[in-house]
Design a binder for this molecule. Sequence first.
Ligand code: OAD
Length: 244
Amino acid sequence: MKPPAELIEKLRAAKRVAVLTGAGVSAESGVPTFRDAQTGLWAQYSPEDLATPRAFLRNPKLVWEWYAWRRELVAGAKPNPAHLALVELAGRFPEFQLITQNVDGLHQQAGSRNVIELHGNITRTKCFDERTIVTEWAETGDIPPKCPRCGGLLRPDVVWFEETLSATDLNTAMRASASSDVFLSIGTSGLVYPAAGLPIAALGHGATVVEINPQPTPFTAKVHFALAGAAGIVLPELVTSLRE
Ligand code: OAD
């Protein structure tokens, strides 16, 4: 399905483009999304049981092992055509900001630069108490392992519910969204704030807003272009049309 000619014209005229991606961009790499019923990561658990500081303190072993399982999933995943198309897209505009909610690092693996990881990165580990990154620790068999500096519990360097995002990252993401000529919201259910506020800021500042998602979301009715399809199909088509 060719993208609408009007959208290609808007992209050709754009100087500043911002992109927000969600788990749907990594679905075609085999990484489960959060809320897709058949594969959802949450299907077997409720978020409150796993992705909150209280859940971690209540059962650090369960939370650490759930993230270890997700790290395994991600370790075997490769960037898909959606990630690669975004790398090519970035080179077409004077200003391009990629903002992701994903913690799998696949954008960087594909070659994207200067990616804002609003929800952290599952391949990084930090000390729960010191909140600083830890790159190596003694394998004593403790689950979770202990911080080599303070003995505190180690945890994945991802944002949990009830935790705040990096103010710097959020400000940079909000500024890029609010000043964009075209904003692309790709593979996200648009349910989790403050990330879900970025396309709304773009819309409020007059950007042309595009959604790429095989399913409708609460935002679909508000966007200028709703491309109903898989990111791994739609994004390469967008890039091909821009080359013509
Ligand atoms: P969700 O699982 O909530 O939504 C994934 C979206 O991707 C859905 O709207 C799907 O329809 C869509 N989708 C599925 N396959 C797709 C494909 N091939 N191409 C394009 N879209 C596709 O995941 P997120 O919106 O990323 O937060 O979830 C946002 C946040 O909620 C996550 O970052 C995580 C979770 O709680 C934290 O962990 C803090």
